[in-house]
Ligand binder design. Structure first.
Ligand SMILES: Cc1cc2nc3c(=O)[nH]c(=O)nc-3n(C[C@H](O)[C@H](O)[C@H](O)COP(=O)(O)O)c2cc1C
Length: 392
């Protein structure tokens, strides 16, 4: 049987991404799943299976991956700082490449979004300033179960430690290269370390890393520079989340802050800039976006001279409409990719989507991870793979 023709959608137009030619514009967004092997937060064969199932994405951005023990903020997330983790990630990249996919590693340091229970020697998490975030950390308790515990007041980093932070990212970048990834995405979004420096609400420093926008963006720029030296800028992306308040983040003047950062990042000639869409909720619920959110989307498009990826709240039709209106070049899908390993195929056919199950987002085994069916499996044309009882 002939496959049905690809619809004439912008989503299915090829696009250049830094060093790579992508067959379409549907990206898998980074998704933390807290299923790394223990002890040691090491990627496993089950993780490799999950990613290999999703290689119809034009690009997979891996789950956030801590660049150091200090950079960890949630139980069971994978790292990229030990030899075992590099070997574990190699399983993942080989499986993805065998299935014809492309995968970038998202490099992560959580800063204050952590807890002594997750830190080496139970030390305090680090941050630009000693300001405690509202909310709770996701840790493993003494019974090996997940537990939410209140955040603590972090320790403010000393200026002498800044080169060490940058070195954590360059080591992560080198390890990602050794693991066989195709590139890296610097996680500058969602209220983690780099955004804690960027945002005026979490950065009260009066040294070279605080105060002016250029100073607050300095660590991000140093990290992007260091990582680009390892990979070449055309295999490096950066993720930002302007206007988001996730993880208790706040900036006094986001338009100036993110306008400046988008301009400065343009100079690197990166593979892409990835923005968590500030209008995500409105898109998802079909309501009118806040004008502030739309101004931010337009500002970034104007200030960033390069390939722009947007994520957040999209379905096939809204993604298509936003591409059509020139708001972005690529669209990343999170929860829809989590629940639909063959998302591009479903979009191509206009087929119904599996619903995602939030109860199995974080932790556990194959259930809610590798057992979401593809259309081909539902039709009985493919074996139902990767639900090995030992992995449950
Ligand atoms: C379970 C889950 C885990 C996530 N983990 C990450 C992550 O590791 N890194 C990141 O930058 N964003 C993460 N996000 C945010 C997603 O990448 C994406 O921006 C968000 O889900 C909105 O897109 P969607 O509406 O298509 O799901 C996560 C979201 C979910 C639902």
């Amino acid at each position: 049987m002939q496959p049905p023709p690809t619809p004439a959608l912008r989503l299915f137009e090829p696009v250049r991404l830094g060093r790579y030619d992508l067959p379409h514009r549907i990206i898998m967004a980074p998704l933390t799943r807290s299923r790394a092997g223990q002890p040691g937060n090491v990627p496993t064969a089950l993780n490799a299976c999950y990613y290999a199932q999703r290689t119809s994405a034009a690009l997979i951005v891996s789950e956030a991956t801590q660049v150091s023990m200090q950079g960890q903020g949630y139980a069971w997330t994978p790292g990229i700082h030990s030899r075992e983790q590099v070997d574990g990630w190699r399983l993942v990249t080989q499986a993805v490449h065998q299935a014809g996919g492309l995968i970038f590693n998202q490099l992560w340091h959580v800063g204050r979004i952590s807890h002594p229970a997750l830190q080496p020697d139970q030390m305090l998490p680090v941050a630009p300033s000693a300001i405690r975030p509202k909310g709770e950390a996701f840790i493993e308790n003494e019974d090996g179960e997940p537990e939410l515990v209140p955040f603590v007041t972090p320790r403010a980093l000393q200026i002498e430690e800044m080169p060490y932070l940058v070195r954590q990212y360059s080591r992560g970048a080198r390890n990602a290269l050794a693991s066989g990834f195709d590139g890296v995405e610097v996680h500058g979004a969602n209220g983690y370390l780099l955004e804690q420096f960027i945002a005026s609400g979490t950065n009260r420093r009066d040294d070279l890393y605080g105060g002016t926008i250029a100073n607050r963006a300095r660590l991000l720029m140093h990290v992007v520079e260091a990582v680009s030296e390892v990979w070449g800028p055309d295999r490096v992306g950066v993720r930002l989340s302007p206007l988001s308040t996730f993880n208790d983040i706040r900036d006094d003047d986001p338009e100036s802050t993110f306008g400046h950062i988008a301009e400065r990042l343009s100079d690197f000639r990166l593979a892409y800039l990835h923005v968590v869409n500030p209008a995500a909720e409105a898109i998802e619920h079909g309501t009118k976006p806040d004008p502030r959110a739309m101004r931010m989307v337009d500002l970034i498009r104007e200030c960033y001279r390069g390939t722009l990826m947007l994520a957040g709240g999209f379905d096939r039709d809204t993604a298509e409409a936003w591409l059509e209106r020139g708001k972005a070049d690529l669209i990343a899908f999170g929860r829809k990719f989590l629940a639909n390993p063959d998302l591009p195929e479903r979009f191509r056919l206009g087929a119904p989507l599996n619903a995602d199950d939030p109860a199995t987002y974080y932790g556990g085994g194959a259930k809610g991870y590798t057992d979401y069916p593809t259309l081909a499996q539902e039709r009985g044309e493919q074996p139902w793979p990767c639900v090995d009882e030992r992995w449950r």
